[in-house]
Design a binder for this molecule. Sequence first.
Ligand code: 3PY
Ligand code: MG
Length: 267
Amino acid sequence: MAKPYQMAQQLSRGDTLLTAWSSLPSVDLVDQLATTEFDAVTLDMQHGGHDEKSVWDGLLAIINRQKCAVVRIPVGRNDMASRALDMGADAIIAPMINSAEDAKAFADSMKFPPLGSRSWGAPRAQSLRDVEGGNAFLKSANKDTLSLAMIETREALAALDDILSVEGIDGVFVGPSDLSIAWTNGDSVDPTREDMMEAIALIAKKAKAANKFAGIFSVDPSDAPRFTQMGFQFIALGFETGLISAGATQFLAAAKGGKETKLDGGY
Ligand code: 3PY
Ligand code: MG
């Protein structure tokens, strides 16, 4: 079943989208994530186990469930950014974008001419997105699909204005774990550090001023409302392992009589 591109429109009208983060390259798990109330599923090729085949299969599953489909590519793999768009993704997250040059190279692979040099050939995306004819696809693809540049180093913070001014970059996505390592000069990884929050809020503020979107990985899900307040509209919440163990903890607590919540085991 097809699903038209909608993510860009949803963000433009001010919606907040919560995404599950898929690390395990199993199409059944991806499909399960897409059946939950998450608005999107993000397939992680940087640190997760996803490869081209699991992204190909996973995107189909997510789109069939009428959810937004996002891929995080490995560092510098702009060829994979174009390929994941050809496979049907709504948005691509590129890690470690540390300069305007990094941002330009990423944007170039994401957008058709004259904005970039994305190469033509997306019959699968066209069919999954129900776009009639190549010219209609060509006309709308650059605005329908989103390039999100990760801000997660001191260099990226210093170059933020330049990164945001690159045409073809639709938004930024904060990686708080790497940012915390940079923040502490390699001393610790602590993505929820209070002393980074002002800098993180400034990223969302600058993105908005530049008319671009802001997203973030919210390692502690209870921080999500705070990030929304700051202006982040695309918030990643967690991977399968965390979701499975949180679910197991809740089920076991209920089984041991500790919870009144009615849980459904799916049978
Ligand atoms: C980070 O926090 O560094 C990330 O890349 C989030 O996935
Ligand atoms: Mg990172």
